[in-house]
Design a protein around this ligand. Structure first.
Ligand SMILES: Cc1cc2nc3c(=O)[nH]c(=O)nc-3n(C[C@H](O)[C@H](O)[C@H](O)COP(=O)(O)OP(=O)(O)OC[C@H]3O[C@@H](n4cnc5c(N)ncnc54)[C@H](O)[C@@H]3O)c2cc1C
Length: 292
């Protein structure tokens, strides 16, 4: 299939991109890596009249460390983040997860911001950002605003982005001492979208008790799901096998209402979540103890 006809603009500044968005509104789409948008256009699932290509906008492709955390530009390629020593050292959950996103060829083009703005419920990067409590820096005609990941994902492929806004930067807070992370997912073949996945960030005190847990689940809802029941089951507990079993059970039975499709029934997705949370948490707590 070929896409419907569209006008093409290649601005060289954020201001230029925003002016085009303001001019064309709902008729326009930003083009980042094109790895979700272009297939959707070729299948005529999307037919924007105007494409605004962000690939020549400078300074959106930088990764920088600050005392508060790591800032990742929206146009940073997924493969660049995967290979970044800064990301490996300071955002290890992202480094551990990126090899699960599609295939290397797709990650060479696909961007961090494109994945977050696209908000596919089966995507790994949005779940990682939710687990890490990331904040998204948006720009629009009214200026800049910052939206927490908790408030950003609003439903199936839905986000807090207005049609005339763009995501410019992702801010990942620095990890507190005693933090441990882990990721796992199950897909039919490596590189396929996962049937279910778990990104976890946990924190322990000097006695090894859980003081915080953010467990984000993917492919089991309209967007990434923060497993509040699982976190409550761990709060103040030593992460014993029993406590982890209780958290995994809460995640699978209370925290999600998974969809069914030709690949997996809702019951199977619940079972996968229970197994995956049970695998991920011991690894995250082991790392948290080593970091405390
Ligand atoms: C075969 C295949 C397999 C894949 N498997 C996976 C997988 O397993 N897991 C996974 O997570 N993804 C997967 N993907 C998707 C891939 O990760 C994409 O790179 C990603 O979803 C979108 O990033 P992009 O930069 O290509 O965005 P684009 O396709 O360019 O854009 C996607 C959407 O985001 C909007 N957008 C882009 N940038 C911005 C911005 N800065 N501000 C506001 N809106 C913006 C666009 O307008 C568009 O609506 C797969 C893709 C393919 C083709």
């Amino acid at each position: 299939m070929k896409p419907a006809a569209f006008a093409y603009h290649r601005p060289d500044s954020v201001e230029g991109a925003l002016a085009l968005l303001a001019e064309h509104g709902y008729d326009a789409k930003l083009l980042a890596g094109g790895q979700s948008l272009v297939p959707a256009m070729n299948f005529r699932l999307a037919a924007p009249a105007v494409l605004i290509d962000l690939n020549r906008v400078p300074a959106l492709d930088e990764i920088a460390e600050t005392p508060d955390g790591v800032h990742i530009g929206a146009m940073v390629r997924q493969r660049t983040a995967e290979r970044s020593e800064m990301v490996a050292a300071s955002v290890p959950l992202l480094a551990e997860t990126l090899p699960f996103v599609a295939h290397a060829q797709i990650r060479n083009r696909g961007t961090m911001g494109g994945s977050i703005a696209h908000a596919d419920p089966a995507a790994e990067i949005p779940a990682v950002m939710l687990a890490l409590g990331a904040r998204f820096h948006l720009r629009g005609p009214g200026g800049a605003r910052v939206v927490a990941a908790d408030d950003f994902f609003t439903g199936l492929f839905g986000t807090a982005l207005e049609p005339d806004e763009m995501l410019v930067k992702i801010e990942v807070p620095a990890a507190a001492p005693g933090t441990g992370i882990a990721f796992d997912e199950l897909s039919r073949r490596h590189g396929d979208f996962a049937l279910a996945g778990v990104a976890a960030s946990v924190q322990v005190d000097a006695e090894g008790r859980c003081t915080a847990a953010r467990i984000a689940l993917l492919s089991v809802g309209d967007g990434p799901v923060l497993a509040a029941g699982a976190a409550a089951a761990l709060a103040g507990q030593h992460p014993s096998a029993e406590a982890i079993r209780a958290a995994a059970h809460a995640a699978a039975q209370n925290d999600i209402d998974p969809p069914g499709d030709i690949h997996a029934s809702p019951a199977y997705r619940r079972q996968l979540v229970e197994v995956l949370v049970g695998r991920v948490l011991p690894r995250a707590f082991q790392r948290a103890r080593s970091a405390s």
